[in-house]
Design a protein around this ligand. Structure first.
Ligand SMILES: Cc1cc2nc3c(=O)[nH]c(=O)nc-3n(C[C@H](O)[C@H](O)[C@H](O)COP(=O)(O)O)c2cc1C
Length: 299
């Protein structure tokens, strides 16, 4: 089974990707957070650094675009291909209101007619690399999935990542694993399951419901337990020492790249993931003034 590390804007940067591979591994492909394509087609400094091959040395990465303009997507694919990448992804999942109100991300799912013409335009050109898509299952209602699925099934995507929620459901408890099973039944090319895989037992549950699952994408589960992919390959759960090293290396990397305040803010957010629901630990973390106090808070 193939394992993708989900893109998470503001979290899964090159420092996190490289440190993860070095300490834990188990992931096949690291997905880059989206590039928001604009009229001027200039990437931000953060986006340029993130896609720089030097930043991703030794990693298999999948760059991602957020746009509703097919010309912008085609121009970006040329750029990405020029950097030596052979695959890229289109974001149809971002639920942020600032993104969806412009009809991008999961905002594109609100108008299947437009999605159809967008994909027709893109796929009528010879593409310089393999294009995949990461989608939610609808905008308002899960019932929209049937129509969206029939549209997506008509195009030669490299793979289709399915986050089993609608835009409205954001990141809430409500989700629809049966939407993935419907995609497998519909014969969609290389479906990738995404959503709420937090433990090896969650993945085992998915495989028993849907044994033909070829690939999964994991985000928050890998933030809460960076050894999750390794465990899925038969390896060990992270030891306390390994976790401490993980946090220290990340903090040092972010401190070097940004500054102490940014590094501390980022590391605190990351360290909150394993202690979800532990109010005391969160309070201690929020009050921590340096890395040593952060480490004490989680132990
Ligand atoms: C902070 C944050 C940032 C995210 N950024 C992106 C992004 O740039 N591109 C994308 O396709 N999905 C993004 N996502 C969605 C995740 O990739 C993933 O689909 C979602 O977290 C569900 O998977 P999980 O339950 O395994 O975390 C983001 C999610 C979070 C929480």
């Amino acid at each position: 089974m193939k394992i993708y590390f989900a893109p998470m804007e503001g979290i899964t940067d090159g420092i996190l990707r490289q440190t993860h591979r070095k300490l834990f591994g188990g992931v096949d492909t690291y997905c880059l957070p989206f590039h928001k394509l604009t009229q001027s087609m200039t990437l931000t400094a953060r986006e340029k650094r993130d896609i720089d091959p030097a930043e991703n040395r030794g990693l298999d990465v999948l760059p991602q675009a957020l746009t509703r303009n097919p010309e912008h997507l085609l121009a970006w694919l040329d750029e990405v291909s020029g950097l030596g990448y052979t695959r890229a992804d289109l974001n149809l999942g971002c639920p942020s209101p600032t993104v969806t109100k412009g009809g991008r991300g999961s905002g594109m799912l609100r108008d299947p007619g437009y999605l159809l013409s967008f994909l027709d335009y893109v796929f009528s050109r010879p593409l310089p690399l393999g294009l995949s898509v990461k989608t939610r299952i609808g905008y308002e209602h899960p019932e929209e999935w049937e129509r969206l699925l029939s549209i997506l099934a008509d195009y030669p995507f490299d793979h289709v990542t399915i986050h089993i929620r609608t835009m409205r459901e954001q990141y809430t408890a409500s989700n629809h694993p049966e939407a993935f099973e419907a995609a497998v039944r519909a014969g969609i090319a290389h479906p990738v399951y995404n959503g709420d895989l937090r433990t090896p037992a969650d993945v085992a549950g998915l495989l028993s419901r849907c044994p033909s699952t070829e690939a999964v994408m994991i985000g928050r589960g890998l933030l809460a337990d960076p050894s999750l992919a390794r465990q899925l390959r038969g390896g060990a759960k992270a030891s306390r020492e390994e976790l401490e090293e993980w946090y220290r290396l990340l903090y040092d990397g972010w401190n070097r790249r940004f500054d102490r305040v940014i590094a501390l803010g980022r590391i605190k957010k990351l360290m909150e993931w394993p202690s979800e629901g532990d109010i005391r630990c969160r309070r201690l973390l929020r009050r921590a003034r340096d890395m040593e106090e952060c480490i004490r808070a989680i132990s």
